[in-house]
Design a protein around this ligand. Structure first.
Ligand code: HAM
Length: 417
């Protein structure tokens, strides 16, 4: 049997895991400051949750879901994104009963059957946040401020925000704009790719963010949605832009930004970095004030975002080797393992050679591991019931009674160094 990893998936270890951990812990720390609570939803849900919420005509639902059937023939889907699941939990577990506004964040793997390429996988990780209950644009501002805060915390200040509004479902808002857009697109039909000719019928807004050269050119003079939304949506967007300027959040308006999921209304945004290339957003999100209604639940205004962890990790430069800890060398297996266990329980990272190779080799291993101290349990030390402590920084060595070792180390080393 030839073992092979599944296409579009990968194993994470070494520096990649350190990058993931840094991003995840910064997100936990920063999001908590803004009142977000962690939520973990199942990795699979009933397929209809995504079909209704994300939208039948989206690529994610139409082409990219990993579907399974349970033993009773019910269709389940590996989650392609987190928003629908969190909304499902808010509804099924009545989270809004506790307060009229709730904030949740999540992190974990998502699954999409996409063509794998740099920064695009079939299993990838997202860090997401969802804010429920508030209609006013200060909620949009807060979410964008939190994102800026997060990027500062992980030293990724080169990322930029693109912003748009896609209005609401009122007849004079997005539906009226769609009609104008269709008229424009029909005039340019011959320049559109085959996919967009089809989208013209099913989801004309998506033509605006097609990445085909000919479609980009054909839509360059298309009507701008932010100039055509209804008075209320335009007011919301205007207030948000004013507040963003007041808080010195820089952003670029992008009238072609419409997002690939159907649940959005009003504000939409994406996060970009030059280093990821033009096609790859590091994250995206927006408002989805209408999603609860689609699920037949009382309206709850909401907004949120998700960041692609795999893509953010690519932006984090080289990881310096983590140094620190203690290495115990010696040949008396029970004395060595006893000391190691004592040090670990006292809170120190502690290593030793389970194969008890030569002292020279054990010192070489200690060097390679980058520890700050080597504890020596040689024959002499064992006879005298002492331990020698060698500092790897300055090679200074002291001999101490075995019983005083923790006290000495406590003065010289911080636990978990
Ligand atoms: P999304 O734009 O579909 O939004 O995904 C968010 C981010 O996930 C993307 O910007 C990208 O960085 C990452 N991502 C998506 N697909 C892949 C892939 N195949 N491989 C690697 N990374 C990927 C959502 O998922 C919405 N739920 C965001 C949201 C939350 N909107 C409101 N609340």
């Amino acid at each position: 049997m030839k073992l092979k990893i599944v296409k579009g998936t990968r194993d994470l270890y070494g520096d990649d895991i350190i990058r993931f951990q840094r991003l995840e812990s910064a997100a936990r720390q920063v999001f908590t400051l803004y009142g977000y609570e962690e939520i973990r939803t199942p990795m699979f849900e009933r397929t209809e949750l995504f079909a209704h919420g994300v939208g039948q005509d989206t690529d994610i639902v139409g082409k990219e879901m990993f579907l399974l059937e349970d033993r009773r023939g019910r269709s389940l889907a590996l989650r392609p994104e987190g928003t629908a699941s969190v909304v499902r939990s808010v509804i099924t577990d009545n989270h809004m009963q506790q307060s009229n506004h709730r904030r949740f964040f999540y992190m974990g793997p998502m699954f999409r059957y996409e063509q794998p390429q740099k920064g695009r996988f079939r299993q990838f990780d997202q860090i997401g946040a969802e804010y429920f209950g508030v209609t006013t644009p200060d909620a949009d501002l807060e979410v964008l401020l939190m994102l800026r805060h997060f990027f500062k915390a992980v030293n990724l200040e080169s990322v930029s925000f693109q912003l748009n509004t896609i209005g609401c479902q009122k007849p004079e808002c997005r539906p009226a704009f769609k009609k104008k857009l269709i008229i424009y697109l029909e005039l340019h039909r011959s320049h559109l790719c085959e996919n967009c000719k089809r989208r013209l019928e099913t989801n004309p807004l998506r033509v605006l963010d097609c990445k085909e050269e000919s479609c980009i050119a054909a839509t360059s003079d298309a009507p701008r949605i932010y100039e055509h939304v209804c008075g209320e949506c335009s007011g919301h967007f205007g207030q948000l832009k004013t507040m963003l300027r007041e808080h010195k959040v820089s952003y670029e308006l992008n009238h072609k930004l419409v997002r690939g999921l159907d649940y959005y209304s009003r504000t939409v945004f994406e996060v970009y970095s030059e280093n990821l290339g033009a096609q790859n957003a590091a994250g995206g999100g927006g408002r989805y004030d209408g999603l609860f209604e689609i699920y037949g639940s009382p309206i709850v205004p909401a907004l949120g975002f998700a960041l692609g962890l795999d893509r953010l990790a690519m932006l984090i430069p080289e990881i310096e080797q983590e140094s620190g800890g203690i290495f115990v060398v010696g040949h008396d297996r029970s004395k060595v393992t006893g000391l190691v266990a004592m040090l670990r329980e006292a809170g120190y990272k502690c290593l030793y050679d389970p194969f008890q190779a030569s002292m020279k080799s054990q010192f070489r291993q200690a060097n390679k591991a980058g520890v700050t101290h080597v504890l020596i349990l040689g024959e002499e030390e064992i006879t005298n019931n002492t331990v020698s402590v060698k500092s790897m920084k300055d090679s200074n060595q002291v001999n101490l009674p075995f019983d005083g070792i923790l006290e000495y180390i406590g003065q010289d080393l911080n636990p978990k160094n």
